[in-house]
Design a protein around this ligand. Sequence first.
Ligand code: CMP
Length: 138
Amino acid sequence: AGNRTFTMIKPDAVAENNIGAITKMIEADGFRVVAMKMTKLSAERAGQFYAVHKERPFYQDLCDYMSGGHIVAMILEKDNAVADFRKLIGATNPAEAEEGTIRKMFAKSIEANAIHGSDSDENAEIEGSFFFAGIEKF
Ligand code: CMP
């Protein structure tokens, strides 16, 4: 049991064959994979997912990048899932990410930063529901 967060392995990490290595780190840190799906976002759907950032200067680039390759979406379960997962992935900018974090190891830039993690319980639920139907989220 425990509570849940949502993650996406981003196109840069998928393209570099790091799905397995990243998922191994997630499981080794005590997260249980509740749901998992590989898919590709259209630019429009990427725009919907990142709608909170639509006034940011990096929004269009972000939508192009996130729709430029396959992603792996997952719902993860662990006590204190949201906060613990953000600790595991590290800072948005890999130059600032701590040693041993997923972004320190796999991210290429502040945009192509290997992985997403929800920033609140509420957003974890919203983001998980963006990718998974109720019957897929046991
Ligand atoms: P994430 O935190 O998962 O969600 C928002 C994404 O926007 C972030 O990861 C990066 O991929 C991207 N992003 C955030 N800040 C910047 C920035 N300053 N320049 C380019 N991309 C950014």
